[in-house]
Design a protein around this ligand. Structure first.
Ligand code: ATP
Length: 364
């Protein structure tokens, strides 16, 4: 049984300038103990998806279930969830202990002693015991974040919902809190749905990630599945940093040619069979870190002109003109390459992706 489930869920907002389909026909089952990340660009519907599970938005169509219960019409407090918001939403006049206890006092009939025990256990777990009598304004951002987590933990929910909970922290603290959140999740074993627009956060934290765009689920899979076997050009371009390069080519039998000088790439017979009908427009995808410098021309190499070099120490990022398109490559910093040089790059056959140019769907 799934811990929580979206079954063909659609959310339409009525706004002054018409209808906005924020979430369209979404089906996702969240497994027991799973850390599921909802990721996608601004406006893709991540927060709305989370808020539908929390009960903070009404559902236009479909069903949301928590455990066995259909919760479409249940109030947030009756849903057995706890939410952590981006702005922490702490009560400024209450102490840390009072902030953590407040939700329990309002929504449960636990005794004072039971509440005190839960607060104390959560404070222990989060290492904030010595802050329990302070008020939020006397806390750093990271400490406030811990209190917001503590307030969720004391509820002992069946699902944690987190909406960009680390986005107000500086880069270093964010990285540290990522690890802490993962450790906390391992300790508590409670299913978590986590919203972020940051693909690195999604890749490093998620057991699975759900990639959304324009209200539609693009792919649901482990981070490595989404990285190695993206469903389409959107996922391929969104997951991975720096982003995958896409080179438009005209495929004809085993050879694909691009617009501009020297752009000819020869696929293996097997790959050509997968691409199928020709002539046909395709997008060839190759990640910057998968390109190799080639010393001589070959069927799996293309020519490129270096426009900008970003030395990063061990690696250099090359910005390139490839035919009449641009690309980036990460290569060893030891190579002696100058701006304006024409170089040859190998796109190893077992590393290239091919997409249908019209639909963006993955061919392989
Ligand atoms: P962000 O990362 O910028 O927070 P998001 O992926 O979380 O974005 P949502 O906030 O879920 O996206 O918004 C999805 C779409 O629904 C957007 O087009 C947004 O403008 C629209 N939307 C969200 N809330 C409302 C609302 N209350 N009324 C009308 N439209 C809304």
């Amino acid at each position: 049984m799934a811990t929580a489930e979206y079954d063909s869920v659609t959310k339409v907002f009525e706004s002054g300038d018409g209808e906005v389909v924020a979430v369209e026909d979404l089906t996702i089952a969240i497994n027991e103990g799973e850390f599921l990340v909802l990721v996608g660009p601004s406006g893709c519907g991540k927060s709305t998806t989370l808020r539908l599970l929390a009960g903070l938005e009404t559902i236009s169509d479909g069903e949301v279930r928590i455990g066995d219960d259909v919760v479409n019409d249940k109030k947030p407090k009756d849903r057995d969830i706890a939410m952590v918001f981006q702005n922490y939403a702490l009560y400024p006049h209450k102490t840390v202990a009072e902030n953590m206890a407040f939700g329990l006092e309002m929504t449960t009939d636990l005794s004072d002693a039971e509440i005190t025990e839960r607060v104390s256990d959560a404070a222990d777990l989060l290492d904030i015991t010595d802050l329990l009598n302070r008020r939020p304004k006397a806390l750093s951002g990271g400490q406030q974040q811990r209190v917001a987590l503590g307030r969720a933990i004391v509820r002992e929910p069946s699902v944690f919902l987190m909406d960009e909970p680390l986005s107000n922290l500086d880069a270093k603290l964010r990285t540290q809190m990522r690890t802490e959140l993962q450790q906390l999740h391992d300790q508590l074993g409670v299913a978590t749905v986590y919203v972020t627009h940051d693909q690195t956060e999604a890749m490093t934290m998620g057991d699975r990630i759900a990639v959304l765009n324009d209200g539609q689920l693009q792919q649901l899979g482990t981070p490595l599945e989404c990285y190695h076997e993206p469903a389409n050009t959107f996922v391929a371009g969104f997951i991975g940093s720096p982003s995958m390069n896409f080179i438009p080519l005209e495929f004809d039998h085993t050879t694909a040619t691009g617009i501009g000088a020297g752009i000819e790439y020869e696929f293996s017979e097997e790959q050509a069979a997968e691409i199928g009908n020709s002539p046909r427009e395709i997008e060839l995808g190759i990640r910057p870190e998968e390109m190799e410098l080639a010393t001589e021309p070959g069927p799996d190499t293309v020519a490129a002109t270096v426009t900008v070099i970003e030395p990063m120490g061990r690696e250099s990022v090359l910005h390139l003109d490839v035919g009449d398109t641009t690309a980036t490559a990460s290569v060893s910093g030891d190579y002696d390459i100058a701006t304006g040089d024409t170089i040859r790059l190998r796109f190893p056959r077992d590393r290239v992706h091919v997409f249908d140019a019209d639909t963006g769907e993955t061919i392989f």
